[in-house]
Design a protein around this ligand. Structure first.
Ligand SMILES: *Cc1c(COP(=O)(O)O)cnc(C)c1O
Length: 234
């Protein structure tokens, strides 16, 4: 069994190779370690190997880890799971990034509840890029309106878009999904009513990060390839 530090090195190598193969600048793709279901000690090992950005899906589990790991300097916490609107306060107080904003109500609450002592909360809008009935994410046709509305909120910084494409599709269809997300970000950048850095395309996971990077991902969210298969049974 390979160690977490080895896995970080090999995923970093995959990212570098894909970045290079796409003719993109070295260092233009960031690695978010998706640590849902993993014990805090696994994150400690990853941090010791230089990984500072962690993505979590379940709020209470994340808050526990944030507290236990508070002695580690420089960790960056990203919330990437579905958001219940009554849970926004803890997210606004404890995270630096949220990738899963898909409605205005949640964005308004995050902005209102972001402590004034902290910098603006970095936001990616989650887009239901394959328009799957059961999936979270805003409808692609409603994205512009949502982005314009969120632009006006004072304590948020609109960094870009996130999607989780349908994993059952062919590589060709997957590529097309990533391309649609990249194009949607480009459209927002061209829109004078949308404000924010708009510098982030959060797409690509353990199995498809090369395709995502070829299509413009700036941040890949990787769990299994770093920490092994997740076990949800306990
Ligand atoms: C679990 C999860 C990931 C990581 O998926 P892997 O296939 O384990 O790399 C990425 N993004 C989101 C939103 C997730 O929930």
């Amino acid at each position: 069994m390979s160690s977490i530090a080895d896995n970080i090195r090999s995923v970093t190598r995959r990212i570098q190779k894909a970045t290079e193969a796409s003719g993109r600048a070295d260092g233009s793709v960031h690695l978010l370690a998706v640590s849902k279901t993993r014990p805090a000690d696994d994150l400690r090992l990853a941090a010791a190997a230089g990984q500072q950005a962690f993505g979590e899906n379940y709020l209470q589990e994340a808050l526990d880890k944030i507290e236990v790991l508070a002695d580690l300097p420089g960790l960056e916490w990203h919330f990437i799971g579905p958001i219940q609107s009554n849970k926004t306060r803890a997210i606004a107080e404890h995270f630096q990034w949220v990738h899963s904003v898909d409605r205005l109500k949640v964005a308004r609450r995050l902005s209102e509840q972001r402590p004034g002592s902290l910098p603006p909360l970095n936001i990616c809008l989650q887009v239901n890029i394959d328009e799957e009935a059961s999936k979270s994410g805003c409808n692609p046709r409603e994205l512009t309106e949502l982005a314009v509305a969120i632009s006006g909120l004072p304590n948020l910084s609109l960094r870009g878009l996130m999607a989780i494409p349908d994993p059952e599709q062919s590589e060709e269809d997957l590529r097309a999904s990533f391309q649609r997300l990249a194009r949607a970000l480009e459209d927002l950048r061209q829109n004078p009513q949308v404000e924010g850095p708009l510098d982030t395309l959060s797409m690509g996971m353990s199995g498809d990060l090369e395709v995502a990077i070829a299509e413009g991902a700036t941040l890949v969210r990787v769990g299994t390839a770093l920490f092994g298969q997740r076990d949800y049974t306990h």
